[in-house]
Write a protein that binds this ligand. Structure first.
Ligand SMILES: NC(=O)c1ccc[n+]([C@@H]2O[C@H](COP(=O)([O-])OP(=O)(O)OC[C@H]3O[C@@H](n4cnc5c(N)ncnc54)[C@H](O)[C@@H]3O)[C@@H](O)[C@H]2O)c1
Length: 252
């Protein structure tokens, strides 16, 4: 359908899960995709798959929580494609469902810097360019953990609540500048995010209290289609809000 034809889209966390699914779909829909990830081997696999399909992609390895890397990603995108039409802040990490009484400063700072400060860096750099262009769309991948209290540990919950706050602030502030910003709050999605986890038992117990009412786990492609809609002009009047995509989990 080519609904993103001639658009340039930066997607973070593109080496796995939802970021990979979005990168493939956005490229299929005609976008120049700038796929970014801290894991260069996984990133290379996403880039190869998109190129093999004959679509346009550039891979940039970088850490979203490092301001210098974020500047490099956005500046290289502008140098290569002339602008940034779409930014998807998707990269994120879990926190072992860590409770406050067990929280280490290192864990708190790491989760906040990857899940919240990193997206702010990326929004800031992208907004400089989007303001010059007079248009742009930002999609932040939050979580139902950003809407409720026990879908993750304390740091993850706070980071995703913060990301939703950032989304609303940007959405309203730049609404008259041709720029939109929305978030997606996915429920459980079948990705690699839970690999190598060492869950805190009390935090895990709190999460598990609600798992029995979760109807199902989604495929990453089911979130990618929502991101595509939000990134495209088809959602032109949707701004500063959160699309919950959880198969009905939080409707109970
Ligand atoms: N999987 C779920 O159930 C679920 C539910 C709700 C929200 N989310 C959110 O969705 C987003 C994508 O997660 P996923 O489930 O696809 O996970 P994933 O682990 O499969 O993919 C995340 C990607 O982000 C990359 N990444 C991690 N830290 C990074 C950093 N500092 N800089 C750059 N890249 C980095 C990883 O290397 C990985 O490739 C995250 O923000 C996550 O919090 C996931």
């Amino acid at each position: 359908m080519n609904i993103l034809k001639n658009k340039t889209a930066v997607i973070t966390g593109a080496g796995s899960g939802m970021g990979k699914a979005m990168s493939i779909l956005f490229a299929e829909e005609g976008a120049n995709v700038v796929a970014c990830d801290i894991n260069s081997a996984n990133l290379e696999s996403t880039v190869s798959e998109i190129k093999a399909a004959g679509n346009i992609v550039t891979g940039i390895t970088g850490n979203i929580s490092d301001e210098t890397d974020v500047k490099k990603i956005i500046n290289n995108t502008i140098a290569l494609y002339g602008g940034v039409d779409i930014l998807v802040n998707n990269a994120g990490i879990l926190d072992d469902f860590m409770t406050v009484n067990e929280m280490k400063n290192e864990m708190w700072n790491k989760i906040l810097s990857v899940n919240l400060t990193g997206p702010m860096f990326a929004c800031r750099e992208a907004l400089h360019q989007m303001l010059k262009q007079g248009n742009g769309v930002i999609v932040n991948i939050a979580s139902v953990g950003g809407l409720f209290g026990a879908r993750g540990g304390a740091a993850y919950t706070v980071s995703k609540h913060g990301l939703i706050g950032l989304t609303k602030n940007i959405g309203f502030t730049y609404a008259k500048k041709g720029i939109r910003c929305n978030a997606i709050a996915p429920g459980a999605v079948n990705t690699n995010i839970g690999a190598n986890m060492h869950p805190d038992m009390l935090g895990f117990e709190a999460l598990n209290a609600g798992m029995g009412i979760n109807p199902r786990t989604a495929d990453p492609s089911e979130i990618a289609t929502i991101a595509l809609f939000l990134a495209s002009d088809k959602s032109s009047f949707i701004n500063g809000t959160v699309v919950t995509a959880d198969g009905g989990w939080t409707s109970y």
